[in-house]
Design a protein around this ligand. Sequence first.
Ligand code: ATP
Length: 253
Amino acid sequence: MSVDKANPVLHVKSLTKCYGRSRIPAVTDLDFTVDKGEIFGFLGPNGAGKTTTISIMATLMKPTRGSVSICGVDIVKNPLRARKLISLVPQEIALYQELTGRENLHYFGTMYGLKGAALERKIAMALEFFDLGGVADHPVAHCSGGIKRRFNIACGILHDPVLVFLDEPTVGMDIHARNALLDQIQNLSARGSTILYTTHYMEEAEKICSRVLIMDKGVHLASGPPSELIEQSESCRNLGDLFLNLTGKHLAN
Ligand code: ATP
């Protein structure tokens, strides 16, 4: 998938969020764009302001100042239109455990307004894309953690959102399941989805992200393609080193 820089899918401008009466903003004057087809790594240590920013971008919370537009749609002025363009796939498994994977896909597809042959087609495509055909009729409760995570994402993208927020999708997975999921996320982007990707695993971000943004204490510290950021720094061998240099913090692996 080639990246279209002329028309960013996501445009975040001077975004600022203050909670309640707190004098210290959780996010301060954040500016960035995400282009179509990118896997954009949104990185920062605990408390950096990632969840706050994602909650605003996903229309779950209003900004104090600044703006966010998705495909030109202002998310504060037109939250309903914006919501149709996005999917927020949470870190926690948001599936009905007693239902099968196929039944979950059916349920979430219906929630997104899909029905009939179109819904069945989307479910068949999602099962094939995430290689879930063999477990589609097992109750989710009996599936492995890796399979649950794949169903979690499959349910979130059934309606072909333009922009997908993936919040630490590989957390707690073993290396094989993790690599398989990373391949599928790259395939999703190759198919045209734009992905804002949050992870604490820097080697993952280095491997799959076209660009990353590193923030801490609510402010932007650096952004760009991982290879360029590493090259520009004097002593960093990888993104983990750069992250440590910028934030002073190690992330758990
Ligand atoms: P993590 O990786 O731990 O999820 P994060 O980067 O997502 O961290 P946020 O959860 O956005 O960070 O938090 C940013 C700052 O805002 C923190 O100082 C946090 O304590 C504060 N904060 C978050 N939610 C609230 C809230 N509901 N009310 C007040 N302060 C909050």
